[in-house]
Design a binder for this molecule. Structure first.
Ligand SMILES: [Zn+2]
Length: 298
């Protein structure tokens, strides 16, 4: 399997979840082995921030990176789209300190990336193959990576709230047989009305609305259109995990299992994985037809 980038550049605009301001987003192809790089077009000399788990600075509501004092926030949904399409090299230019929230899912990013076209490059694609079980916990929450020749994510949430149907709090995605684009990419983020009102008091989530999140009050989902999937909440948690885990810098060969995990624990898991070189090895896949992972094909 070969590395992938875009066939052409493409741009779009959207609003920032926290600032509520319009943000210009430009996606540009880049050279083999250059990885995923953010670029702040609103700052002098357009400083870059690498998509690297070790640069995750804070995880309040989203995953936020800081490199040399320059911040880029809410990176997880676009990174999920990029990883879900198997893209290795890309420049993501934004005119703000946060990636636009779009509709709260990864689907608008998937659409943009597909419109630009995906191009195979000359160099072999690198996979990070997990060699040892890695686990992190925080109270009753946990997340783990297990050796597995493929990429499978299993997630369980446990909300005791009338808006959450107990039957739909578990989900799985297997990259060998299932389609990230169809199964997962449209699942939206969700938030509780009380939390959103608290954030607003601190001048955060100013752009948040039912156009870019499922909003839940004390008893029900407030969006009149309802859910896109019965298990949309837990699907979104897998979507987030695909983005957060991609910050290891490679496509993963592993099984990921999580219970009530989120951005902070996902990041701790990757940091623990990368902290010891014996935990993993970097491999290529020579026989594309027998690959344990398939990415979207044009
Ligand atoms: Zn999310």
């Amino acid at each position: 399997m070969k590395q992938r980038t875009l066939a052409s550049s493409i741009s779009a605009s959207g609003i920032g979840l926290h600032s509520g301001q319009e943000v210009l987003l430009e996606l540009q192809p880049s050279a083999v082995n250059s990885g995923i790089v953010f670029e702040r077009s609103d700052l002098p000399e357009s400083p870059q921030i690498r998509a690297d788990a070790l640069l995750v600075h804070d995880t309040l509501m989203s995953s936020n990176l800081v490199e040399n004092g320059v911040r880029i926030g809410t990176v997880e949904h676009i990174l999920s789209a990029v990883a879900g399409l198997g893209i290795d090299n890309l420049v993501i230019r934004v005119s703000s300190a946060e990636i636009p929230i779009m509709d709260g899912s990864a689907a608008p990013f998937i659409d943009l990336l597909r419109q630009a076209g995906i191009e195979e490059q000359s160099a072999d694609k690198k996979f990070l193959q997990v060699e040892k079980p890695i686990r992190v916990t925080d109270g009753d929450k946990w997340a783990e990576l297990l050796p597995f020749y493929g990429y499978q994510l299993n997630f369980e949430i446990d909300f005791d709230h009338p808006a959450f149907d107990k039957r739909y709090q578990q989900a799985r995605l297997d990259f060998s047989s299932e389609n990230f684009v169809e199964q997962l990419s449209a699942a939206r983020t969700f938030g509780f009305l009380d939390d959103i009102e608290q954030l607003r008091k601190h001048n955060l989530a100013l752009g948040g609305s039912m156009d870019n999140a499922i909003v839940i009050d004390d008893s029900k989902i407030m969006n009149v259109e309802g859910l896109r999937f019965n298990d949309e909440f837990v699907r979104h948690k897998i979507l987030d995990a695909v983005g957060d885990l991609s910050l290891c810098g490679y496509s993963l060969l592993a099984q990921f299992n999580a219970y009530k995990s989120g951005h902070a624990l996902n990041n701790q898991l990757i940091r623990k994985l990368l902290s010891d070189e014996n935990n993993f090895k970097i491999v290529t896949i020579d026989d594309k037809d027998n690959s344990p992972i398939t990415f979207w094909q044009a």
